[in-house]
Design a binder for this molecule. Structure first.
Ligand code: MEV
Length: 319
């Protein structure tokens, strides 16, 4: 056992495929390196209790909305027989919660990695995702697993629930995604159950939308392979239209997408569960990205980030 260990993870952005991924259709998602979570575990020499500084008190007194994280942490404590070891678990997160950026999954991934590092035990990727799912199931109800898969990856991924989780490489050296936070909370569990209700109550309208969103993700993968950024932009606009039809957009997100397109974005859409959270816009170059970011901030975005595609690295294979 070490005296101190850390685990890291990233924010995720779903480029194509939110919601349809719950129904077995494909998605493309990317980790955002600049928006990360670090979990640190440090032994307390004279302490008797497990502290959890980020959550402001002992782990068993965590707030109810952190039940998932609390359950996962307690699970890891029993897994490693660590009930009598005094340590401090400190989580530093740059992710805003409930904004479609995968805050809960990223926290879970960072915690699992920190525990395995602290106890010096090898962690496989499937073990990591299974453990993170303990938290995600409690927080989101019926997660596809896409958030954890992306938060733990260092490359964009192509994902089909329970089937495919593979890294994809593409070459878009000058383009970037502008991410803008509306400042409005969007609860994943609410959005997922709203779409579920639509699929059950109005299958003749909702199911074709789910199918089409899956087809859009497939076309986007082909557009990435041929470096067709104009087509990617169009596919983003089509996704936004279909997600709005499914009922998970709102006036602010629609307006942000329109403003992005009025400021040279090739396309724009909500990302994540919707009902609030963030929009993403595809910019052809850095100048356009800056212009889109400035326009969205003027329109009320609480934060913006610009993610270029230059820096993605293939994984070294570690979990
Ligand atoms: C949430 O980030 C993405 C959704 O597709 C739900 C899921 O994949 O579990 C809305």
């Amino acid at each position: 056992m070490k005296n101190k260990a850390t685990g890291k993870s990233y924010a995720k952005i779903i480029w194509f495929g939110e919601h349809n991924v719950v129904y077995g259709k494909p998605a493309i998602a990317i980790p955002i390196y600049s928006v990360d979570v670090t979990a640190t575990i440090e032994k307390i020499q004279n302490g008797q209790e497990i502290h959890c500084r980020y959550f402001d008190g002992p782990i068993n007194e965590m707030a109810d909305n952190l039940l998932g994280v609390k359950t996962l942490t307690n699970h890891l404590i029993s897994l490693f027989g660590a009930q009598n070891i005094a340590f401090d678990l400190n989580i530093q997160s740059k992710l805003p919660a409930e904004r479609g950026m995968g805050s809960s999954a990223a926290t879970a991934i960072a915690i699992v990695r920190a525990f395995f590092d602290f106890f010096e035990v090898n962690l496989t990727r499937s073990q990591l995702l299974k453990l993170a799912n303990i938290e995600e199931k409690i927080t989101h109800g019926n997660p596809s697993g896409l958030d954890s898969a992306t938060a733990s990856s260092n490359m964009p991924i192509w994902f089909v629930k329970n089937e495919i989780n593979e890294q994809i490489d593409f070459n878009l050296p000058t383009s970037s995604l502008v991410i803008a936070d509306s400042g409005i909370e969007g609860k994943t569990s609410e959005a997922v159950s709203l779409v579920h209700d639509n699929v059950v109550d109005e299958p003749e309208t909702a199911q074709p939308l789910i199918n089409e969103l899956g087809k859009i993700a497939e076309s986007a993968r082909e557009a990435l392979a041929t470096t067709d950024d104009e087509l990617l932009g169009k596919l983003m606009n089509q996704s936004q239209h279909d997600l709005a039809e499914l009922g998970v957009s709102n006036h602010t997100l629609d307006t942000f997408c329109q403003i992005a397109c009025d400021n040279h974005a090739l396309g724009a859409k909500l990302t994540g569960s919707g009902l609030g959270g963030c929009v993403i816009a595809l910019a052809k170059n850095q100048t356009d990205a800056q212009q889109i970011s400035t326009a969205l901030r003027k329109a009320g975005a609480t934060q913006t980030w610009i993610q270029s595609f230059k820096n993605y690295q293939f994984s070294t294979g570690e979990a």
